[in-house]
Write a protein of this length. Structure first.
Length: 454
């Protein structure tokens, strides 16, 4: 019996999802934008099995499916970090917990809406991008109706990228991502999570990233008040992360990857922080009775703090310091820079400039700000500029807390907004009082005794 092998992919010309048969005599490359981790092996068009399309485009069985006798776990090439490290133990029970809701995620029909030829009748599932770990898909959920527009609700499905494998480390990173978002559900400045299972998750949909929005608003002073509001919301979102279990000086969580791409904008225009899969869950030193800090593992300089530039004794001649939540504060300054100027704080992120920028950041030099922003007395620009100064302190202890910065920015926003409203009302009242009302209107407003005789 001939075995038919089918695959699905998104046609880049039509954006439609297409199902095709692979001819074994040809080395047909499978588009990496295909349906989430799905390949059809159909001896009788009913038997399906999971496969994987690596960068080569050839069909390969995922290593997780090749389990030797007695083996029950994923490959250990990338082991997860231990929860206990010497005297350092998790600060909170939730840090080692997991709350999978696999049924909710499995109820999504990844092939719904297809006609007999395999083409999508409607764009119910659409590939929209990828991060380092996962693909992102826009899914129109049939069972959730938006009460405002009457349409089926759209959500984001995240699945492991086709060129990533099922390592213990990756499972734990995505468990952290889900637990962080679950704990932060009450924050209006964090994207919501709806379901989590293994390496996959269902999240609130975002319209865009702060990176793109800031670029779009570049050189448009009419957006200054919105810039200030965005800045305040990012800072308050970081404050909610640091204060999830108490005061920020004892933060039990550090985002550790604050940058404009990881800050989303939603349909209402509000700003929400996303992507917690490299977040650090802080530990407590049970002997010395203090936070343990954590060793840095991301050293590219574009969005990093000075203390993160020390990589190792071998490379830098100095023992790397333990990091804390203050790395998020320095990164906040970089996000504010992007919001204010529309440009990346350290210029183009290209390999040829890494050593130059790493040296610049290590010396504590803040990004160069254009003269127009340095000298501006416009209240919104001045408020963001002051916040950036609070963030760009070389010594971590001198950086303000995210709550202090967020409150200062939000106070400035509310003050300027109220002043703008007052000024507008005064201007409107003045214009109304200067209008000459028509005589007929005046007559209608008079009493019968006051009206002129004809």
């Amino acid at each position: 019996m001939t075995t038919n092998i089918y695959y699905t992919y998104t046609d880049p010309k039509t954006s439609k999802i297409v199902r095709k048969r692979r001819d074994e005599s040809q080395d047909t490359e499978v588009n990496t934008h295909s349906i989430p981790k799905t390949i059809f092996y159909a001896p009788s068009s009913t038997s399906w099995a999971l496969g994987s399309d690596e960068k080569s485009g050839k069909f390969q069985v995922d290593p997780i499916l090749s389990v030797n006798p007695g083996e029950e776990s994923a490959p250990q090439d990338h082991p997860k970090k231990p929860y206990i490290d010497g005297n350092c133990v998790p600060m909170q029970p939730w840090q080692t917990d997991s709350k999978p809701t696999c049924n909710t995620l499995h109820e999504i029909d990844l092939v719904w809406g297809r006609n007999i030829s395999g083409e999508a009748e409607e764009e119910e599932i659409k590939w929209i991008g990828k991060g380092w770990f996962r693909h992102a898909w826009k899914v129109r959920e049939r069972n959730i109706m938006n009460p405002i527009n009457g349409k089926n609700e759209e959500i984001i499905l995240k699945t492991l990228r086709f060129d990533r494998n099922f390592y213990d480390e990756f499972y734990d990173l995505h468990r952290r991502d889900a637990m962080a978002m679950e704990r932060l559900t009450a924050s209006p400045y964090i994207l919501d999570i709806y379901s989590f299972c293994g390496q996959s998750a269902l999240n609130e949909i975002a319209v865009d990233s702060v990176e793109k929005v800031a670029r779009f608003m570049r050189d448009d002073p009419s957006k200054n008040l919105y810039r200030l509001k965005m800045s305040a919301q990012v800072a308050l979102g970081i404050a909610d992360i640091h204060e999830i279990d108490g005061p920020s000086w004892n933060a039990s969580m550090v985002h550790y990857d604050i940058n404009p791409r990881n800050v989303a904008t939603v349909e209402s225009g509000s700003v929400k922080i996303n992507d917690f899969n490299v977040a650090e869950f802080s530990k407590w030193d049970i002997v010395n009775k203090k936070p343990c800090g954590f060793k840095g593992r991301l050293h590219e300089p574009w969005w990093r703090a000075p203390e993160e530039m020390i990589r190792s004794v071998e490379k830098d001649g100095v023992e790397p310091p333990f990091l804390n939540e203050k790395v998020d504060i320095y990164a906040l300054g970089n996000v504010l820079y992007r919001i204010l100027t529309g440009h990346a704080p350290r210029g183009k992120s290209i390999p040829e400039r890494i050593d130059e920028i790493r040296d610049e950041v290590a010396k504590g030099k803040p990004p160069r700000l254009a003269k127009e922003f340095i000298e501006s007395e416009e209240p919104t620009i001045a408020a963001i500029r002051r916040a950036m100064i609070h963030c760009y302190q070389r010594t971590p202890e001198k950086r303000r807390s995210a709550r202090e910065i967020g409150n200062e920015l939000m106070d400035a926003y509310n003050s300027i907004l109220n002043e703008t409203k007052t000024t507008s009302m005064k201007k409107y009242s003045s214009e109304i009082s200067n209008l000459a009302l028509p005589r007929q209107g005046m007559i209608r407003g008079m009493s019968r005794q006051q009206q002129p005789q004809s």
